[in-house]
Design a protein around this ligand. Structure first.
Ligand code: CA
Length: 545
């Protein structure tokens, strides 16, 4: 049987003078790739900054799970009429479970810098489960798939491995030739997918982009239990444990100790390492009789416990510690730590239980079925004995032959070499917000430093950028918009290794209003931007130190 059939006559209209290959959607639904069932092919006219393209939809691997639920990997592949010859696998965030539009666009990228807008073919999938399926049993909805091992495995690494060759075969069949360059990119859980792919599928990608990656996701989920248990010691509810004003005070205290370390008091702390040494949280404790611009000792202690990260019975870190950064005042930080809406209760007063369903049902073995109501989810986290139960993220059973850590993380996450990627000639760019409340930038720093120690040549194919003030994704008082994808393309295609990238304060970011319009260099870690004189709004007034 032929692996790829090219069925539609006239599909390929011909090569344009530029080298771009033109094609149309006619007949795309007739493309045949083993294991793929196509469900549609819809032409999309040019508009909203996107070129005319064809949306091919389909699914793979339909099956009934061990839990009796139906599973399939659903995807969409967007194929521009004027194809640049590039392909991008879009890795999605959260719990997956949804075929996000295959635009290859993330809000850190400047307008027009997304993959489809650049003429790339882009594929996106739900990673093998339907998160919208509302289970009638009342269990935490988007995490229910975690009770089926194969669905966990697909979410962890199986879906990318299954879809990637099939999507490439469809792309080749559509255009009549293979892509010149193959990319993969994502943020959060999608950044995790990228880092997993760098180790598990190093030959499949010429370039990978990992934004604020949750590459130790099960460990990071332990933090949710620590957060809830610590916050509830200082408040009757999570949302009341710290007020917006109190977190703004913490932000000011951090800035007072750290902002000037980079030579300019602009609310952005570029000297990440210097700040961790310079800031003493206990200076925030109210003196006797003081009741403003300070915090009660118990609240400072709660923050210190949270920032230290979860610990085992032996006192050793189970995940990572967390960076002090003024971005702690960002709305996104509060959203993730203190006021997460949980569908379908998004209109109710809100509690932070975002990670509860995942820790219960996806990241521990055996899974613990938890009802999806906010109080049940919070109760699960309150009752989770971190020191005693953390081992469940490494546990296996007959029904779960690989642990959550094995399924979710890059195999060498604790001791990376990226030797496979090095041999294959791939490139990897990682970026992470210093105030990320979901995945600690210090975990990414530790990973990067270990990589550099294990494999000094990694400097030739891996770059890491820390973004001051940025929480989990764009936001905060941050210059968080930069063309990471363009930098990756220049590295892969022209051999131009990325140095400082110019980042912009996004005009719609009200939290960065004080720096509206400003640009800053993002320096390859461990370098950081330092003010060297001149207009403080301009990146050229900074050098990488
Ligand atoms: Ca500064």
């Amino acid at each position: 049987m032929k692996a790829v059939m090219f069925t539609a006559a006239g599909l390929v209209a011909g090569l344009a003078a530029t080298g771009a290959l033109a094609a149309t959607c006619d007949g795309a639904a007739g493309l045949a790739v083993p294991g793929v069932t196509l469900t549609g092919a819809t032409p999309q006219p040019a508009g909203e900054g996107l070129p005319a393209h064809c949306i091919v939809t389909g699914e793979m691997g339909r099956r009934t799970g061990a839990d009796g639920r139906d599973y399939a990997l659903r995807f969409e592949l967007r194929l521009p009429d004027d194809w640049s010859g590039r392909f991008l696998h879009q890795f999605n965030g959260g719990n997956d479970g949804e075929v996000k539009p295959a635009l290859g666009m993330w809000s850190n990228l400047p307008e027009g810098a997304g993959a489809l807008a650049r003429g790339m073919a882009v594929v996106s999938s739900d990673a093998g489960h339907d998160g919208a399926a509302n289970p009638e049993d009342g269990l935490a909805g988007s995490n229910v798939f975690g009770q089926d091992f194969e669905a966990r495995r697909m979410y962890g690494y199986g879906a990318v491995a299954m879809l990637h060759p099939a999507a490439l075969a469809l792309t080749e069949a559509y255009y009549g030739r293979k892509p010149d360059f193959v990319y993969g990119a994502g943020t959060s859980n999608g950044g995790r997918h990228a880092m997993v792919a760098a180790e598990r599928m190093p030959e499949a990608f010429d370039g990978l982009l990992a934004g604020y990656p949750g590459f130790n996701l099960p460990r990071a989920a332990l933090q949710h239990a620590l957060d809830v248990q610590s916050f509830r010691k200082v408040g009757p509810t999570l949302a009341e444990s710290f007020t917006t004003d109190e977190l703004a005070f913490v932000s000011r205290a951090i800035a007072a100790a750290c902002d000037g370390l980079d030579g300019l008091e602009d609310g952005m702390v570029f000297d990440l390492a210097g700040c961790q040494a310079a800031f003493d949280p206990e200076t925030m404790i109210c003196a006797e009789g003081q009741n403003s611009d300070c915090l009660p000792a118990a609240k400072v202690a709660a923050l210190e416990t949270i920032q230290a990260g979860p610990r085992g019975a032996d006192g050793k870190a189970l995940y990572s510690d967390w960076a002090w950064d003024p971005g702690i005042a960002a709305g996104n930080w509060r959203f993730w730590k203190l006021e997460s809406p949980v569908p379908p209760w998004e209109h109710k007063p809100i509690i932070a239980v975002m990670g509860a369903g995942s820790l219960a049902q996806v990241f521990t073995t055996p899974p613990t079925p938890v009802e999806g109501s906010p109080d049940k989810l919070e109760a699960f986290l309150m009752g989770f004995d971190i020191a005693a139960e953390a081992g469940k993220i490494d546990a296996v059973s007959a029904a779960f032959p690989e642990s959550a850590m094995e399924v979710m993380t890059p195999p060498e996450a604790d001791n990376p070499t990226l030797a496979g990627m090095q041999a294959a000639g791939g490139k990897l760019i990682v970026f992470h917000g210093q105030a990320d409340p979901v995945f600690s930038i210090l975990d990414t720093v530790a990973w990067y430093e270990r990589l550099g120690a294990n494999n000094p040549a990694s400097a030739e194919f891996v770059r890491f950028y820390a973004i001051p003030g940025m929480p989990h994704g764009p936001g905060g008082n941050a210059a968080d918009e930069a063309d990471f994808l363009g930098a990756l393309m220049a590295w892969v295609e022209e051999g131009r290794a990325p140095g400082a990238l110019i980042a912009k304060v996004r005009p719609d970011n009200e939290e960065a209003a004080a720096n509206a319009g400003a640009t800053r260099p993002l320096c390859p870690y461990p370098g950081f931007a330092t003010y060297s004189g001149g207009d403080p709004a301009l990146a050229e007034s900074f050098v990488c130190k």
